[in-house]
Design a protein around this ligand. Structure first.
Ligand SMILES: [Zn+2]
Ligand SMILES: [Zn+2]
Length: 143
């Protein structure tokens, strides 16, 4: 999905919430849409501040909350107390493996795991609509 489409969707969402879209909010969203990592609010704030020094943490926090609610960003918690956001993956679903020492986050896709998960759910009589799989350990540099 093009970033301009996402901005338009966000504006629509903000209107349905009875809020006004502001230049600051748009800029934060645009900055986020250009990222390709699992970015924390502090990291996003630092990026935003390079161009707009007067944007504060609270605005970034509220904007990302709206993006998460609207489905235009995925909020992730990897056990270090930080909320990180990532853009919707262009190539479908992926899972995460996280280093508990340096907080490196890698992504993986494995069709065998996906299949086993659906089979397991089916056996238990569940229809799965969503899942997250997170592996925690030490990365090659840390172990
Ligand atoms: Zn590490
Ligand atoms: Zn990811």
């Amino acid at each position: 999905m093009a970033n301009q489409t996402k901005i338009a969707l966000l504006k629509g969402y903000i209107e349905t919430k009875g809020l006004k879209s502001t230049a600051q909010r748009d800029f934060i969203a645009e900055t986020f849409f250009k990222t390709n990592t699992h970015i924390s609010l502090e990291e996003l704030l630092a990026k935003v501040k390079r161009k707009h020094k007067n944007i504060g943490y609270a605005t970034v926090y509220r904007t990302m909350k709206l993006l998460g609610e609207s489905g235009l960003a995925i909020a992730r918690q990897f056990g270090d107390g930080q909320t990180r956001y990532e853009n919707l993956p262009e190539d479908g679903h992926h899972d995460h493996i996280i280093c508990i020492k340096c907080s490196k986050i890698a992504e993986f896709q494995n069709q065998k795991i996906e299949q086993l998960q659906s089979e397991t759910a089916k056996k238990l009589g569940f229809t799965v609509v969503n899942h997250k799989l997170e592996l925690y350990g030490y990365c090659a540099d840390c172990s």
